[in-house]
Design a protein around this ligand. Structure first.
Ligand SMILES: [Zn+2]
Length: 470
């Protein structure tokens, strides 16, 4: 271990000196991440998303050692570096709740014919992935997430073809400094009668401290559940063993369910006692009242990804039905192979518009409620609301700052409506995760986006060639 550490340290030093030709060399997990400074944002419009603190016009947010130490007016912080928050909106970073980050390399590749649809495309290309493609896809996803104000991701990793695939995927997450959950899944085309690589998942769990990026990342299970994949329906023996392994390790579970008309997967999961607070259910666009009751009674959170659900024909997310039942709801990207981009503003707007359209009611889902789903309630649905999701002293400093002077904002009306209806990722001036400034004045501070794009493009070109894909 020592020699590797020395090597990495040496390479980081070379990188800092600007030695050419280091582009392809592995740099240590956190070597490029900035320090956690003593910083105060002054005179911003602060939306704490905390019911007691509410919105604070002309207020300050003081951050030190990665934590929020004070929120309010006229905060005393003599030694802190000052960030001017005038004409800016500050709010918690967005919490994303289900994203197959590895296939961001396949952005917008779901075609217009059945054989080129999302599932055959990700299967064919996923099988031809190398571990380095996991790194490239996930790194591109983290760059887009941070640029768009997403500070927490749930990386639903379902192309782990060997332990190295998981390692390379995790390396991209760690290097980015983003917070999130990494859910360990099967490979594309994995035999339906076999468990996932439980030994590797358990090994990762045992050594998690070394994988967690200093505690920013946690481990979960990307469970196939009772789904039917390319190799048929997952056998009961396999999905039970996978589930039991996660419960034994005490890690949370996540499963896709009820995305097609007539599906009763949730009813089956309820009957066989597979539901619980630790089991997140994804999509559930076709869900019976009994199934909603089962989710609510078991405390299951739900993740909704309106763009992929609409684009692939799963239907409309029944957001209002889940909220009425008291089910924690989080919003998600799912996959850019279908959604194109990772834009939480657009996702919020879609969630509101779909719900109001379904209800034939202009007032059904208020903007403020949608904003909660993208922040504090999303955090609650992922079990991290004690740490992030609102701007409260004592929580970790995951926050974003938008420039309200941009032309698509510019007039000061209702800030929650502005964020859900008008704002775009390009308005994000500053992004902070765990007190580290990862975007400032509209630019990512640690990621060379030109390099990320160039390498991702090269990886995709080589992948297409290997897979013989058009
Ligand atoms: Zn998904």
């Amino acid at each position: 271990m020592k020699s590797r550490r020395d090597f990495l340290g040496g390479m980081a030093a070379l990188g800092a000196l600007g030695v050419p030709g280091c582009g392809s060399i592995v740099i240590g997990p956190e070597s490029k991440l900035p320090d956690r400074d003593d910083v105060i944002i002054r005179n911003a419009y602060v939306m704490t998303m905390d019911p007691k603190l509410g919105d604070l016009p002309d207020a300050d947010v003081h951050v030190k050692n990665g934590a929020i130490v004070a929120v309010g007016r006229g905060v005393l912080a003599v030694t802190a570096q000052v960030i001017d928050g005038r004409d800016m909106i500050v709010l918690p970073g967005f919490v994303e709740t289900h994203w197959h980050m590895w296939n961001t390399l396949l952005r917008s590749m779901s075609g217009d014919k059945r054989e080129y649809g999302y599932f055959p495309t990700t299967l064919a290309l996923g099988k031809a992935y190398l571990p380095s493609d996991m790194y490239q896809g996930t790194r591109l996803a983290t760059a887009e997430a941070l640029n768009s104000g997403i500070t927490f991701v749930h990386d639903w990793c379902h192309n782990i073809r060997s332990p190295q695939f998981a390692q390379e995927n995790l390396r991209a997450l760690r290097e980015s400094g983003i917070r999130g959950r990494f859910s360990y899944g099967a490979a594309q085309g994995h035999p339906a009668d076999q468990t996932i690589d439980l030994a590797d998942m358990e090994r990762l769990h045992r050594s998690w401290a070394a994988n967690s990026g200093g505690g920013l990342l946690s481990l979960g299970l990307a469970w196939r559940g009772v789904s039917t994949g390319a190799t048929g329906s997952v056998s009961a023996a396999a999905y039970k063993q996978d589930f039991d392994a996660a419960r034994r390790l005490g890690i949370p579970i996540s499963v896709h369910a009820n995305n097609r008309k007539g599906s009763d997967a949730i009813a089956l999961l309820a009957r066989e006692k597979f539901l619980g607070k630790d089991v997140q259910v994804i999509h559930a666009t076709w869900v019976s009242p009994e199934e909603i009751r089962a989710l609510a009674e078991n405390g299951c959170p739900v993740s909704l990804s309106p763009y992929t659900e609409m684009r692939i024909g799963f239907g409309f997310p029944p957001t209002g039905d889940f909220l009425a039942a008291g089910i924690p709801v989080g919003l998600s990207v799912d996959t850019t192979a279908l959604s194109g981009n990772a834009d939480m503003f657009a996702i919020m707007k879609a969630i509101q518009n779909i719900e109001n359209a379904r209800a034939l009611n202009e007032f059904k889902l208020p903007a403020r409620r949608v904003l909660e789903l993208a922040t504090i309630e999303g955090a609650r649905s992922m079990g991290v609301a004690d740490r992030v999701g609102s701007l409260v002293p004592g929580k970790r400093a995951d926050l974003i700052m938008l420039d309200a002077r941009d032309v698509n904002l510019a007039v000061w009306s209702d800030p929650a409506h502005l964020l859900v209806e008008a704002a775009q990722p390009s308005n994000i001036d500053t992004v902070m995760v765990d007190g580290r400034i990862l975007k400032r004045e509209g630019k990512l501070t640690t990621i060379d986006t030109a390099e990320v794009a160039r390498e991702a493009q090269a990886a995709l070109a080589a992948l297409r060639k290997r897979a013989g894909w058009w």
